[in-house]
Write a protein that binds this ligand. Structure first.
Ligand code: NDP
Length: 298
């Protein structure tokens, strides 16, 4: 069997076009453009790339974009003051603080200071809880939300499927489980969550009709770990040294793509899979924040 490729570029482009259309309708109706701000502390190169992409995507969707750059030695109090300002800024519907933060800053304290109504990353405990209880006003964290949308828009039935998730981080594994167990479209799966202490991991992953992998280990999931005909969603983004590549490295996922493609029925590539969905879903959350704001007269 050769797996069907679930094309994150195509699905994300479709979602972004839908968002841009809705934004232009809002603006034509006299509303100001939805506004997204991104706060970055320090010079981490990967974070700089992500932040730039988020800003560009925002502008392409017709939204207002703001990037707040703080030096790496900024104090926690300075960052919290920026969060407070954005919480009160009437042209900003949603914002996020790019992680990871420098070690001297308490990330949890910063994330908890973001107003849940503007928390488009969905990391505030209020939104974490809302996602878990299936509250439709929740902001769903962009990466697992993107994985779910890939399944839904590819016509893959989650209802009744056994979804096995490898990884239990707060930003991917746990919220992925929250989304897949809901009694709603793209949910109703039976969910198993695995982690580094799980006993006999291959026996668990082989049970997955849907296998979502988010561990950050290049090519970790091999073909014998995958149930024949499974749908494989590879969230991993790993740099591996490759002298043959102009940059000296290339990006691979957590799944051994070539061999697993021969066993699975569908698979997401890396790059070109889940990574492309994350920004699309962040824009979707920003649009949701703007519409909610309008409905309460903000
Ligand atoms: P974390 O490091 O926060 O979590 C990794 C998880 O994997 C942990 O729960 C850990 O278990 C588990 N794990 C690690 N090794 C093993 C193992 N050998 N067997 C079983 N479980 C294991 O990572 P993230 O969730 O933040 O990210 C995971 C990957 O996804 C990374 O490659 C990251 O770059 C990528 N990513 C991609 C995004 C995108 O937009 N596409 C967005 C976010 C992340 P334990 O808890 O027991 O330590």
């Amino acid at each position: 069997m050769t797996a069907r490729i679930l094309d994150g570029v195509a699905i994300a482009t479709e979602i972004r076009a839908e968002i841009a259309k809705e934004v232009s309708t809002l603006i034509a109706g006299g509303h100001r453009p939805p506004g997204l701000a991104v706060v970055i502390v320090g010079e981490d190169p990967a974070s700089q790339v992500y932040v730039k992409s988020k800003g560009q995507a925002c502008i392409e969707a017709g939204m207002h974009s703001e990037t707040v750059r703080l030096p790496a030695d900024s104090s926690e109090a300075q960052l919290l003051a920026v969060v407070d300002r954005l919480n009160a800024d009437p042209v900003i519907d949603g914002f996020l603080v790019q992680l990871p933060l420098p070690k001297h800053i308490d990330s949890e304290k910063v994330l908890n200071r973001i107003s849940p109504a503007k928390d488009v990353d969905g990391f505030h405990p209020v939104n974490v809880g809302k996602v878990l209880v299936g509250d439709p006003t929740a902001f769903k964290p962009a990466t697992p939300y993107g994985c779910q949308q890939m399944l839904v828009r590819s016509g893959i039935e989650t209802k009744g499927a056994h979804a096995v998730i490898v990884g239990r981080s707060n930003i991917v594994g746990k919220p992925m489980a929250s989304l897949l167990i809901q009694d709603s479209r793209g949910g109703n799966a039976t969910v198993t969550v695995c982690h580094s202490r799980s006993r006999d991991l291959p026996s668990l992953t082989r049970q997955g009709d849907i296998l979502v992998v988010a561990i950050g280990r290049p090519n970790f999931i091999t073909a014998p770990m995958v149930k024949p005909g499974a749908v494989v969603i590879d969230v991993g983004i790993n740099r591996v040294i490759d002298p043959a590549h102009s940059k000296g490295y290339r990006i691979v996922g957590d799944v051994e793509f070539g061999a697993v493609s021969e066993v699975a029925s569908a698979i997401t590539p890396v790059p070109g899979g889940v990574g492309k969905m994350t920004i699309a879903m962040l824009l979707s959350n920003t649009l949701q924040a703007a519409k909610t704001g309008m409905s309460v007269g903000r």
